[in-house]
Design a protein around this ligand. Structure first.
Ligand code: PRT
Ligand code: MG
Length: 218
């Protein structure tokens, strides 16, 4: 008999929180709270399903290599990863936000672009940013950061940032303004391609429940 144990990769915070109702819809409850427990492997009420807690940007990697059978990751993260070895069946429509270009509120972005100046752009999303500016014919020097992009224009590290925006309050608090909307972002279910074939019997009902539950929400 093949091992039908399933491992789901999630990141702490909004991805975990917003995935919980979908798991519940599949009849599965996580029995520990990742915010208070230091455990990285969490049991569920289904003895055949466990949840592993990884960094948001590491979810596709765990799933790609089959260390997790499935996971939940933002479109931003998946675009940077490239999606290799991953099947992406469902847009869960959770953890929604937008990817935008922002600058300090005194900075004249439009004329900098018009004059063809090389723009310094700080971001965690180097691949997506490169494609965005290339498509517009804007010359950029991309500066890779791992977080707190909002700081970069304030201290002269960059002219602009590419980051996620949801309420806009982080930008406002740092006197930054959104000057371009790159794309809408939401979290997707990703499934390891081999697991989809070998563990279909156990995976499919969970995928169906996720899809139904996310449709009901949206
Ligand atoms: O935090 P960590 O460095 O561990 O990783 P992470 O930031 O990638 O993880 P997490 O849990 O913060 O985000 C996981 C996923 O949620 C992202 O990959 C996005 O797809 C999605 N998401 C949805 C967001 C936001 N909304 C969001 N608002 N990710 C980040 N933010 C940040 C944004 O970077 C900015 O700093 O929140 C700030 C802006 O929020 P507002 O409400 O002030 O506009
Ligand atoms: Mg974060």
């Amino acid at each position: 008999m093949m091992n039908q144990q399933l491992t789901l990769a999630l990141s702490k915070g909004r991805i975990f929180d917003e995935t919980m109702p979908l798991l519940k819809a599949a009849g599965i409850n996580v029995t520990e709270d990742p915010e208070t427990s230091r455990k990285l492997i969490l049991a569920t009420t289904d003895p055949n399903v466990r949840v592993i807690i990884v960094r948001a940007s590491d979810v596709p990697t765990y799933v790609q290599y089959g260390a997790a059978d499935f996971g939940v990751a933002g479109k931003d993260v998946l675009l940077e990863h490239g999606g290799e070895g991953l099947y992406q069946p469902i847009d869960l429509e959770i953890a929604k936000c937008r990817m935008s270009v922002a600058v300090s509120d005194g900075f004249d972005y439009a004329s900098a672009v018009r004059q063809g100046a090389r723009l310094r752009v700080a971001t965690k999303y180097v691949q997506t940013a490169r494609e965005h500016f290339a498509a517009k014919g804007v010359h950029v020097d991309l500066i890779k950061l791992y977080g707190s992009m909002e700081l970069a224009p304030l201290v002269g590290l960059s002219d602009a940032i590419v980051d996620m925006v949801s309420t806009g309050s982080t930008l406002r608090a740092n006197h930054l303004v959104e000057v371009e909307h790159i794309m809408e972002i939401s979290a997707r279910l990703v499934v390891n391609q081999a697991a989809l074939k070998l563990k279909r019997e156990r995976l499919q009902p969970i995928l169906d429940a996720f899809e139904q539950a996310s449709k009901r929400r949206g």
